[in-house]
Design a protein around this ligand. Structure first.
Ligand SMILES: [Zn+2]
Length: 101
């Protein structure tokens, strides 16, 4: 996934947040880790098993899960600097040492 694709993905989420599963209103790090450890979510960017989970605040539809693999998370995070929609509560909960900001 490149930066343009990531930005498109973020715009899609903003337009159609119901594509994503509902997330807790105030997720903490354990919620993020639990989501990743369920191990049955696929990366929204490329379809690989997701290794990170972040929460997107979608306004009227409330918080939503965004599941991503590590490379796609990096791309989305970079795009998100410009777009400003995704709020990872303390960063992604990954099994690869990325947790925490
Ligand atoms: Zn991916």
């Amino acid at each position: 996934m490149n930066a343009a694709t990531a930005e498109g993905l973020l715009h899609l989420i903003a337009a159609e947040p119901t594509l994503l599963a509902s997330a807790p209103a105030d997720p903490d790090e354990s919620d993020l880790h639990l989501r990743v450890r369920e191990g049955r979510h696929l990366c929204l960017g490329c379809g690989q098993p997701a290794r990170c989970a972040v929460v997107v605040n979608s306004g009227a539809h409330g918080p939503r899960w965004l599941d991503l693999c590590s490379p796609c998370w990096q791309t989305v995070r970079t795009a998100n600097v410009l777009f400003g929609e995704v709020e990872g509560a303390g960063g992604p909960a990954g099994a690869d040492g990325q947790a925490g900001s």
